[in-house]
Unconditional design. Structure first.
Length: 125
């Protein structure tokens, strides 16, 4: 992933992971009632146009980062905001990491990476 968006253009990102079998409905219910503090935290660090999609138990995450700081710094700030760690811990009860893919870097293949980043193949505005 790029460290920050280009001026006037968002940094687009897609990521994937699995939801544990039989838990998608409950996971979706949490997101239907997502916590305002977490949504506010995401917006405040520059996240926009965030969507989650499901295909069976496989999740696809799409978001755009429009912040002024490097993305990793923004995510570190987000992680310290009210209720974020509580929300993330709750979501991890439903999530399963998927194996690293060929071509993953050491960072994206690390065992502690929950959401595996996808490579953008094409984009049309």
């Amino acid at each position: 992933m790029a460290s920050a968006p280009s001026p006037g253009k968002p940094m687009r990102m897609g990521m994937t992971l699995d939801i544990k079998p039989g838990m998608l409905a409950e996971y979706k219910a949490h997101h239907d009632n997502s916590w305002p503090e977490v949504e506010s935290a995401l917006r405040s660090v520059g996240m926009r146009n965030l969507s989650l999609w499901a295909y069976g138990n496989r999740m696809f995450y799409y978001a755009e980062y429009v912040g002024d700081t490097p993305f990793d710094e923004a995510m570190a700030t987000y992680a310290k905001m009210p209720r974020v760690s509580e929300w993330e811990a709750l979501m991890h009860k439903y999530q399963e990491k998927i194996p690293a893919a060929d071509g993953d870097t050491a960072d994206t293949a690390a065992a502690d990476v929950w959401w595996r980043p996808c490579t953008q193949v094409y984009h049309l505005d």
